[in-house]
Design a protein. Structure first.
Length: 504
């Protein structure tokens, strides 16, 4: 999608569709909405009076060939209650407009921002919404309609004086949303088309293009480094594992400055291993690499936006398969950190590969860690597909991430990791076991397991099992991989270290 900033007067804005938004029970009597109403001969006032234009969140009203406008269509999207409106709503309604229009073969749109939304943050949200909405997972359809997408989009309504804000928001929004779409593309790939080796190739190609350093550890190097937990998951598969390391280094690095580590689970297919999963829904386990994909996507945006801190992504990748060489329940493995692990259930493999990913990230010098993983069915029980489960060992760092999630419009909710839960992962014969004993708290005991490997390093765990995949199409979004986490992590990286608050 190509973007421009259009500062011309409303009636002159040319596009196949002009889009704007109205609040609940709003009468078009003020500002730009009044001018629009005037241009179309009072049609908006009439539609509002007749009850057709409600302003209810995401309700759409479409007018064809509106008199007085150069645009061929006028689409008004409901913005909901004015006091509940923010950039998250703006992003979503811009997205809804794109999806409503692209199915009608519209190729060019102009999005008219209301007066209070002529800020860089709003421009960013609008652009993000539009790019995310323009994405569809039809890569393997042979009968896809050619070009069923919006080609050009103008940000309309901006004054010359606010043009710089529009440009800045546009640049940021574009790279972030395109990076999120890259993560979604990876998440949607079937496991026969995205093995750990292929994921490493895709990540390396992205890194080279973006100007990032990349290193891929093969199975031999992984064995040399004694990453026994990752190897134990991989041993049941003919596909070898990979450890993918992508590094962003700012131009000026101060000694002792904090280094942000992003560790992402990338199981390209999770059968459960010998503790095999039921057939129902198993096909979805191709998305068990979405934590890794989120980190790869975030690094792509970080390369372009250049935060002031160093960021290292560490992505352990493997298949989890049953087979003659597969690990078995009860096996004991020695992780890179030297901790012994009793593998009670081979389906709790994500925490195993993360254990070695975290140990390696620490060895590489990360002072702060965030991991993202489609880790547990239990987090889906707790938070459904609405919120990411957030676990943190350092309150200030966790608060920073939650603030970034708010800005980015990604819903996240903190869950507890009290010491009492540590009891539940005590093993009879090893240092730790990979599932909780007793009942309940499955997302927490999984987090507790990972925490064991973080030591004193401030750490946040994002359980994205419920939010990384969307089963049904939404008015604002295609179904499939969501790319959740990318926007939050990029916002966190941009702020991290820049104010000195993370200096240790
Ligand atoms: N990849 C799954 C978690 C998952 C479940 C992701 C549903 C997406 C949707 C993970 O590896 C897993 O199988 N976890 C087990 C852990 C259990 C054996 C302790 C689970 O949640 O059932
Ligand atoms: Zn599993
Ligand atoms: Zn898994």
């Amino acid at each position: 999608m190509e973007f421009t900033v259009d500062t011309r007067a409303l009636p002159k804005v040319e596009a196949e569709a002009l889009v704007t938004y109205a609040f609940e029970q709003e009468k078009p009597v003020e500002g730009i909405l009044a001018r629009l109403d005037e241009a179309v001969g009072g049609a908006l006032t009439k539609l509002a009076a007749s009850g057709e234009l409600t302003g209810k969140m995401l309700d759409t009203t479409l007018m064809y060939y509106p008199q007085g406008l150069a645009a061929q269509r006028l689409l008004i999207v409901g913005a909901g209650k004015k006091d509940k409106f923010g950039t998250a709503e703006l992003r979503r309604l811009a997205a809804t407009a794109v999806r409503a229009l692209k199915t009608r073969q519209v190729k060019s749109v102009a999005f008219l921002a209301r007066e209070s939304d002529r800020t860089a943050a709003s421009a960013q949200a609008i652009v993000e919404g539009m790019i995310l909405a323009n994405f569809d997972s039809d890569k393997y359809k042979t009968d896809k309609k050619p070009g069923n997408e919006i080609k050009t989009a103008a940000l309309a309504g901006w004054e010359e004086s606010s043009r710089a804000d529009a440009d800045q928001g546009l640049a940021r929004g574009r790279v972030i949303a395109e990076s999120q779409n890259f993560a979604r593309e990876l998440g949607n790939e079937p496991s026969n088309r995205l093995t750990p080796r292929m994921l490493a190739d895709r990540a390396a190609a992205m890194a080279r293009e973006a100007g990032l350093a990349v290193e891929v550890l093969d199975e031999k190097k992984i064995a040399d480094l004694k990453m026994g937990a990752l190897l134990s998951v991989a041993q049941g598969s003919v596909e070898p594992p990979r450890m993918i390391i992508i590094t962003y280094t700012p131009e000026k690095v101060n000694t002792g400055a904090p280094v942000l580590g992003l560790v992402g689970k990338a199981i390209t297919f999770d059968t459960g291993g010998i503790s095999i999963k039921p057939a129902n829904d198993m096909e979805k386990m191709k998305y068990d690499m979405c934590g890794g994909a989120a980190m790869i996507g975030a690094m792509r945006a970080i390369a372009a936006l250049k935060p002031s801190c160093k960021v290292i992504a560490v992505i352990p990748s493997s298949e989890n398969m049953p087979g003659g060489r597969a690990q078995k329940p009860g096996d004991v493995q020695i992780s890179m950190a030297g901790k012994s692990i009793e593998v009670i259930n081979t389906d709790a493999e994500g925490r195993l590969v993360l254990a070695d990913g975290i140990a390696y990230a620490k060895q590489l010098g990360c002072t702060h860690l965030v991991d993202a993983a489609t880790l547990t069915g239990a987090v889906v029980v707790a938070l459904a597909n609405v919120n990411v489960g957030v676990f943190g060992s350092d309150q200030a760092f966790t608060d920073q991430l939650l603030a970034s999630a708010k800005v980015a419009g990604e819903k996240m909710w903190p869950l507890p990791i009290d010491d009492e839960y540590r009891e539940m992962i005590k093993s009879g014969i090893a240092d730790i076991q990979n599932v909780g004993s007793g009942k309940g708290g499955g997302a927490i005991t999984a987090a507790m397991f990972i925490k064991e490997f973080t030591g004193d390093t401030p750490w946040i765990h994002l359980d994205i099992a419920g939010t990384a995949w969307q089963d049904d199409v939404k008015p604002w979004n295609a179904k499939g991989a969501t790319g959740v986490g990318v926007r939050t992590l990029v916002d966190l990286a941009m702020k991290f270290g820049s104010n000195g608050s993370n200096a240790k």
